[in-house]
Write a protein that binds this ligand. Structure first.
Ligand code: SF4
Length: 259
């Protein structure tokens, strides 16, 4: 049972008592040197399934996916309108109202120092979600011990990865990351953005076979989202995935959710 001014939170299978003073006074000084925040959403019900979370968008991403709906975050400008200590103090007042913080981008794992932020959020009694393209396997791997749930993008078949991301060698890096993630006890969602001008039916079947080889049986196919996309051609040429193709994909990956 919690005392007044405190709350009990389950963290990695343990019940811990978190007090307001704990959260406010333990703001880590390393947070002052963390990557600049590109955006901050105070409330989301969709960025960590089953959890209410705040969302922090980091700046900078090496990829240039044509369907990107945050292209303004691809090049880090190095400045932020909101500081990490301010976010942590704000978070302290959301105890009992929010479950977690989700880190999106940009590419959050581009910043080694984000590990300290994940750790601080965890230490404050909140869960952590990390959205990633998996393009930095080493950094990603170091962040996994402080991450409760990963949204992992598989963007293309291995042989076509650079066509979609614009980064040579990105497929091997992503394969490395996904294997590191699967070897750890962390909850995850594998997802792929679907647009017929970027991935055709045979690309999707090739990805499905790859996932099967990896032992993955759940897959989210995300419909292209035109919001924020600056590629006019993609916006006008979108067509939803057809049922027949879905049946074919399910021969390889049992549980497919179209979102
Ligand atoms: S990896 Fe994500 S943030 Fe980076 S360009 Fe692609 S869609 Fe945009």
């Amino acid at each position: 049972m919690s005392r007044p001014g405190s709350w009990i939170r389950k963290c990695r299978g343990r019940c811990i008592e978190v007090t307001m003073s704990t959260v406010v006074t333990t703001v880590d000084t390393r947070l002052h040197t963390l990557p600049p925040v590109g955006g901050f959403a105070r409330f989301s019900a969709v960025d960590y399934p089953g959890h209410l979370c705040a969302v922090i968008y980091t700046q900078g991403c090496p990829c240039r996916c044509r369907y990107c709906h945050n292209p303004h975050l691809q090049r880090g400008c190095g400045q932020s309108g909101i500081s990490w200590p301010a976010i942590m103090s704000w978070l302290a007042n959301r105890a009992g109202l929010l479950d977690a913080v989700a880190f999106c981008g940009g590419e959050p794992t581009a910043h080694k120092s984000l590990q300290a932020a994940l750790q601080q959020v965890r230490d404050s009694g909140f869960g952590t979600a990390l959205h990633t393209s998996g393009i930095y396997p080493y950094n990603f791997s170091n962040m996994l011990p402080y991450t409760d749930w990963v949204a992992f993008d598989i963007k293309a078949p291995l042989a076509r990865y650079a066509d979609v991301t614009g980064v040579p060698g990105s497929g091997i890096r992503v394969q490395n990351s996904v294997e590191r993630m699967l070897s750890r006890n962390v909850a995850y969602e594998i997802r792929t953005t679907v647009h017929p001008a970027i991935l055709d039916a045979s690309d999707l079947v090739t990805i499905a076979r790859w996932l099967k080889l990896l032992g993955i049986s759940n897959w989210v196919l995300q419909s292209f989202n035109p919001a924020g996309c600056v590629n006019a051609g993609l916006v006008t040429s979108y067509a939803p995935i057809d049922r027949e193709l879905l049946d074919k994909l399910r021969e390889h990956v049992q549980n497919i959710l179209v979102r």
